[in-house]
Design a protein around this ligand. Sequence first.
Ligand SMILES: [Cu+2]
Length: 511
Amino acid sequence: MTAERSPVVRRVVAGLVAAAVVVPLVLLWQTSRAPGRFSVTETGAFERGSGPRTATLEGHAGHGGGNAATATSVDALVAPTGPADVALTLTARAERVELAPGVTTDAYTVNGTTPGPTVRAVQGDLVEVTFVNESVPGGATLHWHGMDVPNAADGVAGVTQDAVSVGGSHTYRFVADDAGTYWYHSHQVSHEQVRKGLLGAVVVAPADDAPTAGGPEVARLLDDAVDVPALVHRYGARRTVQGTTGDLPVAVPPGTAARVRVINTDNGVLPVWVGGAGFRLLAVDGTDVHDPPEVRDRAVVVPAGGRADLLVVAPADGAAARVELGGSSAVVVGPDGATSSPTRRPTATLDLLTYGTPAPLGLDPAAPDRSFDYVIGRAPGFLDGKPGMHWTVNGHTYPDVPMFEVARGDVVRMRIDNRSGTPHPMHLHGHHVVVLSRDGVAASGSPWWTDSLEVADGEVYDVAFVADNPGIWMDHCHNLPHATEGLVAHLMYTGVTTPYLLGHDSGNVPE
Ligand SMILES: [Cu+2]
């Protein structure tokens, strides 16, 4: 009897074991699928951090950002009314462009070129940009990377606006509060639209009376300096500077300086170094470095999305200095016709943790109102129904990634801890963070304010910022395919809501 039943029992047991494996997997698969339409404030895993301010939120409903009576829509977080100082229209198109004689590619252009026109303003200007999508399929937006614009102008499809469909338009208004180097790019299907060139530079000149953080010698050099935007972008395997392959000559007399505004629009780091002269790193991500010393034979590693302004003086002997951009392009600074040859990348790297001299931060990181962890990992599981190894933020996969909740005025500390096996350039919208330490070593140079911070695998950065720009802000990896794979979180101010939706059926795909 027993001998006859045992195969049945074995089959039943095998079936139960299989079910015990399969049923949870099916459930995991099912629950991982993102809804067709959802609000970013409904799916996020709310975190209030630790610190004195978290107590004031007890009893607050969390999801949805507060009750309707006190809620503020992202649409209400706008620039002041009044006439614009700088007004322009930027029109996006899908078209074929010529990268070099006989070399063409499918691209997205802005006003007929890629990169699009450089948007120029003076600190304090009210800027108004009318964005028109003439022919970019699937919709497009403009995000003002590194500019702490009002939330309504942040350009994130599904969070601060709907993607602008073909034939539509959208107006962005913001005050250019901070002088510096920035860029604009689409934040709809950004991993594709940025790669195909829907982008351009932004240069905000200092107000006439603004002091320079560089000291008197730098101020003197800047008086006659030539201003050179150097937006670096790869179209396929071809690296370009301001849309041109090869070297970009900048004609200046010997002894005259150029301010080269390097903008890295690609997904990986861009090493920059100078051959034939020393240089000063004047600014990082739009913020002046305090007392930048002249250095030689050091590479500056610019993270994806980051900017580095280099002050380079043309050599007195009439030769040219070369600002090498990754090794395949250069900005050549010297008299007309001066020759130069490519130089090798120096082995040493300029460390921003120690470069320049300290200055007041304007916040007290020792007494934060709130502290958060941003732990980047990688784990097996399902992401929107797809099995694989997926990025995690504090153990969650997209769209259940953290929604870091703050209140206006909070001094916020965040510990970015990368345990994922891969470097990530982390980009917080709407704010600049100051680096406090790396791997427990305190910053000792100029305040290192950044919006695009390269965090290598195994590194831990402590950063701080003041929550002074209400809204709902992406805080994500700017290696854009990683963002597509879910390496995204958000910073949200208590009481802010959004009427916009994400998801397959919403038409909004910010990454
Ligand atoms: Cu990444």
